[in-house]
Design a binder for this molecule. Structure first.
Ligand SMILES: Nc1ncnc2c1ncn2[C@@H]1O[C@H](COP(=O)(O)OP(=O)(O)OP(=O)(O)O)[C@@H](O)[C@H]1O
Ligand SMILES: [Mg+2]
Length: 372
């Protein structure tokens, strides 16, 4: 898929911006704090409806403005599709082809993006929450049902935790309603496990060879960590395992007022052979492992949606040596649309510059640069 046009109104430091993109390579060059990341962020929000950055969403609206609007036209196998996200202080409205879409799950499967940014290192270093969040976003872009199940799961989880607390505080012994909530929670948990398991398997089918091509090092894998072993088991078997876990920990759960097992407690990490990359890998290797993970995703998105996702590369090349950079660039094939930001064109390979549409970014303005 290709984003052919983008229009911003009162988004971050852009008052008004209207721009047409190249179908393959688009490069944004500018000094710090000019609006390069803001452009990629706007494209990310157009797809996911949420920012990839920290902080409250009110900052997405330009200072002193009432609402921000991001609009763009996609082309998917030659068919155009208008996407729009309007953010005001109270709510967010999303539209496809000018029609408002009420369910986010119906919106976010329309446009697929993969973001590469310096903050990605948090995926390796930070808490499991960050990694779960990544899994949820990526799988939600692929399968509409995943986000529906996930939201239902979270609602049930919240209800169940509240009910556990209530039983404990009031010293009640009738646990029939808890059993109902538990059964419903398990049903959704199994579905989430299956989606995640499938996604991780698909990543593992590609990541090792990608990492090897870039670094010459073999054996990178991703390991999903869960307290319920579900790999290679049927739905019935996973359900039975979970039921058993829940029976065994009921007393503890009542005391803690929280649900001890399920996908909300899971994690994943990167392994070199048997060694955890957090402990064993260099900083550069950790970065490349994440890049390999995301390149693996390109293959998955293409396989499932029959079109390439849009790649957003925020200042990623500045940290990588030239040899590896050249190898990564080989994955940016002609039929993939790529957006790259940099403070210095020296960080970008000359062969890419020749093909690219280059924009200079200055204080929330984009100017196309001609003749490099
Ligand atoms: N809500 C807002 N209203 C107005 N300006 C904003 C808003 N949010 C952020 N900005 C401004 O946007 C600019 C940051 O833009 P951005 O993060 O895109 O910079 P950048 O060009 O990527 O810089 P760097 O090279 O440092 O990463 C800052 O000047 C910041 O003050
Ligand atoms: Mg930036």
């Amino acid at each position: 898929m290709i984003l052919t046009r983008l229009n911003l109104t009162n988004f971050r430091n852009y008052k008004k911006c209207s721009v047409k993109f190249d179908k393959h390579l688009n490069i944004f060059i500018g000094n710090n704090a000019q609006g390069k990341t803001n452009i990629l962020e706007s494209i990310y929000i157009l797809a996911i409806t949420k920012t990839h950055r920290y902080g409250t969403e009110n900052y997405l609206i330009r200072r002193d403005a009432e609402q921000a609007k991001i609009a763009g036209t996609l082309r998917i196998n030659k068919i155009p599709k208008d996407m729009e996200v309007v953010i005001n202080k109270q709510k967010k409205i999303v539209r496809v082809n000018k029609t408002e879409i009420r369910k986010i799950s119906d919106y976010i499967t329309n446009m697929n993006v993969i973001m590469f940014c310096p903050d990605d290192i948090a995926i390796i270093k930070d808490s499991p929450q960050v990694r779960r969040n990544l899994l949820n976003i990526e799988i939600s872009q692929l399968f509409r049902d995943y986000i529906i199940y996930y939201n239902e799961y979270n609602k049930l989880l919240k209800n169940r935790n509240e009910y556990l607390k209530m039983l404990y505080i009031n010293n009640l012994s009738d646990e029939r309603y808890l059993d109902v909530l538990t059964a419903k929670l398990i049903e959704k948990a199994v579905l989430i496990y299956q989606y995640r398991n499938d996604f991780i398997n698909k990543i593992n089918a590609n990541i090792s060879s990608i990492f090897y091509n870039i670094t010459g090092i073999d054996n990178l894998t991703v390991k999903y960590v869960t307290n319920v072993d579900f790999e290679n088991f049927s739905t019935e078997e996973i359900t039975a395992k979970l039921v058993d876990k829940f029976v065994k920990c009921r007393k503890k759960e009542l005391q803690n007022g929280s649900t001890m097992y399920g996908p909300h407690r899971d994690d994943f990490y990167f392994l070199f052979g048997n060694d955890d990359i957090r402990i064993f890998g260099s900083q550069g290797q950790q970065r490349i492992a994440l890049i390999a993970f995301k390149i693996a995703e390109i293959f998955i998105f293409k396989e499932i949606h029959d079109t390439n996702p849009i790649l957003l590369l925020d200042d990623v090349f500045s940290e990588i040596d030239n040899k590896k950079k050249n190898k990564i660039i080989k994955y940016l094939k002609d039929d993939i649309q790529v957006f790259i930001t940099t403070t210095d064109l020296k960080n970008i390979n000359r062969s890419l510059l020749k093909e690219a549409k280059i924009f200079e970014v200055h204080a929330g303005n984009l100017v196309e640069k001609v003749g490099i």
